[in-house]
Design a protein around this ligand. Structure first.
Ligand code: NAG
Ligand code: NAG
Ligand code: NAG
Ligand code: NAG
Ligand code: NAG
Length: 428
């Protein structure tokens, strides 16, 4: 917990931090870059001989964000206090590997410090807020129905932005979440007709499948939003009755270029006065003639209104809803720890082959009295744990001759099993 979140320092424009990409880089005249500078790195056996700096962390900022943005610089500044925490943790427990803080503003502070290299186009896609550990720790499990307007006015760029918006929403869903996507004009089109009338788990396979289907959407006709909203509420309510979903948190994401009215009749029938289902409208395009209706729908249903005018806006704007959904967690001060499934960390491969890891993460809240009831999530802290460390807690002699240990996560993924042979090489 931090109470230093909103230090407003006048002179942060002069403040420099070690940017993971810019450290140890020179311009043509051999001078260090701004936010770069000399950063001493030494190969370290505990980190598989990677060159690291054990006294300082580095900060990574996604390529599409301005790395001197005042919100980022402010956050980087107060999170500097973590350097000492990281170093002390490592001194206390030498089995620790990476320790990090992913900020809700988008920057990522990693200890020990290490240099990051962008791809050949100078791009570094990594955004900590899209990582499984971040999403799982920041939000509670949720059921989500995504409604996409495919009426005639959505033709062209708007449909492209809408697809990208839906795809970004999918990025923010994880294994604890359930979802479905319905496109609407004067008819309803389940994006995957076989899954008509139900919600599916937001695992990687299902999300990829739905993403592929999004390419097949085309725009024509007129949009009947009342029919679509009715279907979404029915779907969520029926699904809740099955007891398979999240039980407590349900949302409708509405991706459209406008709403001609506010559909009070539908909300009155399905959602008021309890307002258990939150509604998040995304207004696509530059026009704001219909913004008021959508804003009203968001406010009347405990959601959040966002306008997305260009493709470049998509990711940042989609993430806004996560703050709203994490609010109840912040206010109730839930400090749930989450564990991800086992994955292969290809930077730490050793002589015995790939190293299986799991990530443990926890949300970080603002504890300032003035802002506490606003439920401000500052970010998520996490650390990677080799599965072999967990196995040490289960000594062989206690299991007996034919005994063996295995572990699965609450989502049914294998954490460890003697026969687990990792084939896919990826980092979560
Ligand atoms: C980490 O980098 C800083 C800045 O270059 C340097 O002053 C410090 O000595 C380095 N620490 C270690 C343990 O190498
Ligand atoms: C790291 O380097 C040392 C010395 O070069 C070598 O003995 C050791 O095997 C290396 N460790 C790993 C994990 O590669
Ligand atoms: C869903 O399936 C039912 C029964 O198969 C069918 O009657 C209904 O029209 C379908 N709805 C949509 C929106 O495809
Ligand atoms: C889902 O059902 C449970 C149990 O009937 C109820 O307590 C809960 O409020 C429902 N959730 C929503 C979002 O309607
Ligand atoms: C914050 O609120 C708590 C409980 O309401 C109170 O005990 C505490 O004194 C407050 N702290 C400040 C700095 O106002």
């Amino acid at each position: 917990e931090f109470d230093q979140d909103e230090i407003i320092c006048d002179d942060l424009t002069l403040y420099e931090y070690f940017n993971a990409v810019l450290i140890n880089e020179m311009d043509e005249e051999g001078r260090s870059l701004e936010l770069g500078g000399e950063f001493i790195l030494q190969p370290n056996e505990h980190f598989n001989n990677l060159s690291v700096n054990l006294s300082l962390s580095v900060v990574q900022v996604p390529t599409n964000m301005y790395n001197k943005d005042s919100a980022i610089v402010n956050g980087v500044y107060w999170s500097e206090a973590l350097n000492k925490v990281f170093v002390d943790n490592f001194k206390r427990d030498s089995t620790l590997i990476w320790q990090y803080f992913g900020s809700a503003k988008g920057f990522f502070r990693q200890y020990p410090g290490i240099k990051w290299t962008p791809d050949e186009h100078g791009v570094l896609e990594f955004d900590c807020r899209n990582r499984k550990w971040y999403i799982q720790a920041a939000t509670s499990p949720k059921d989500v129905v995504i409604l996409v307007d495919v009426s005639g006015s959505m033709k062209g760029l708007r449909l492209t932005i809408a697809r990208q918006t839906v795809s970004s929403i999918l990025d923010t869903l994880g294994d604890d979440d359930f979802f479905n996507i319905i496109a609407y004009n004067e008819e309803l089109h389940y994006v995957e007709p076989c899954l008509n009338g139900t919600l599916v788990q937001a695992d990687v396979t299902n999300k990829d499948h739905f993403r592929d289907r999004l390419d097949k959407l085309f725009a024509k006709g007129i949009g009947m939003l009342d029919v679509a909203l009715t279907e979404a509420f029915e779907l969520l309510s029926n699904f809740n009755e099955t007891g398979r979903g999240s039980v407590c948190s349900q949302a409708i994401m509405l991706v459209t270029d406008g709403a001609v009215e506010t559909y009070d009749a539908v909300f009155a029938q399905y959602n008021w006065p309890d307002r258990k289902v939150r509604v998040f409208p995304y207004l696509i395009g530059r026009e704001s003639a219909f913004a008021d209706n959508l804003k009203w729908m968001a406010c009347a249903n405990k959601g959040y209104f966002t306008q997305i005018s260009t493709l470049a806006d998509v990711q940042e704007n989609v993430m806004e809803y996560l703050h709203v959904l994490s609010r109840p967690k912040v206010i109730d001060r839930e400090h749930d720890m989450v564990w991800t499934e086992a994955y292969v960390d290809n930077t730490l491969e050793d002589a015995q082959g790939p190293v299986l890891m799991t990530t443990v993460a926890m949300p970080v809240f603002s504890t300032k009295n003035e802002t506490r009831n606003k439920g401000i999530l500052l970010g998520v802290v996490g650390t990677d744990v080799p599965v072999s460390e967990i196995l040490k807690a289960i000594p062989k002699y206690k299991l007996g001759i034919y005994g063996y240990a295995f572990a699965i996560t609450n989502n049914g993924y294998i954490l460890t099993h003697p026969d687990l042979q990792p084939l896919v090489m990826y980092r979560l």
